[in-house]
Write a protein that binds this ligand. Structure first.
Ligand code: ATP
Length: 215
């Protein structure tokens, strides 16, 4: 499997955010995406996750057979997409059924992120870091080769950051790929890095070939 990203550009609102972003990701590789606030790191992940159309450029996943890119990836964004009224275990159970290709059971995934004790609590009662760990535990309940992570360490304490690092390295060791935005080091072995820089080029007027944005 190989992810080839070629010459991506991103427009948001009336502005060109970045352009000329290219990289290749192969099994066991990790890509760390850095850049200043507002540079477009989350937007790049949104494009890779099919949540936003690129203004230009191509994304090609080779070696996935009939499976479309969207069925080959996990996306963990800033918003945790958890249902607050459901327990941590119920949230993971729902994700496991919904995503297909089941991997760890919900209680095993919660144990892996050190949250076994909170399995039966409604997510609404959890702290920000605990919620983040439940969101990250979703990575473990379904097999998906490509993990797209937007600032995965945000709200995590030092111990949880190390737990996450081990989970990410474990995914790579089993042939997985990771692209993660971050403002702080993730300490991933031999990770590739790209820095997103905001472009200063003004956009052409509307109707002259700009890409759009999903609702
Ligand atoms: N829905 C939207 N409509 C218009 N502009 C947007 C929208 N979402 C984001 N932007 C703008 O796109 C730019 C890039 O935002 P993005 O969230 O991708 O940056 P980032 O590099 O992830 O920032 P941070 O490090 O602060 O998380 C910002 O200027 C932001 O204001």
């Amino acid at each position: 499997m190989r992810l080839s990203v070629n010459n991506l550009a991103c427009d948001r609102g009336e502005r060109r955010i970045f352009e000329g972003v290219s990289f290749v990701l192969e099994p066991r590789e990790a890509l760390v995406i850095t850049g200043r606030n507002g540079a477009g790191k989350s937007s790049l992940l949104d494009i890779l996750a099919g949540r936003l159309h690129p203004a230009t450029g191509t994304i090609l996943l080779e070696g996935a057979g009939e499976r479309p890119l969207l069925e080959c990836l996990h996306y963990v964004g800033h918003r945790d997409a958890l249902k607050a009224a459901l327990t941590a275990e119920e949230n993971l159970s729902f994700a496991r059924d919904f995503l297909g290709s089941p991997a760890l059971k919900p209680h095993e995934a919660l144990e892996a992120v050190g949250l076994a004790h909170a399995a039966r609590l409604p997510v609404a009662y959890l702290s920000a870091g605990q919620r983040r760990r439940v969101a990250l535990a979703r990575l473990l309940v379904a097999h998906r080769p490509l993990w797209l992570l937007d600032e995965p360490t945000s709200a995590l304490d030092t111990g949880s950051q190390e737990t996450l690092r081990l989970i990410l390295e474990g995914h790579r060791e089993s042939g997985g790929m990771i692209a993660a935005t971050t403002h702080s080091p993730l300490f991933l072995k031999d990770a590739k890095e790209i820095r997103i820089e905001r472009t200063k080029i003004p956009l052409a007027p509307a109707g002259e070939g700009r890409g759009g944005e999903d609702a």
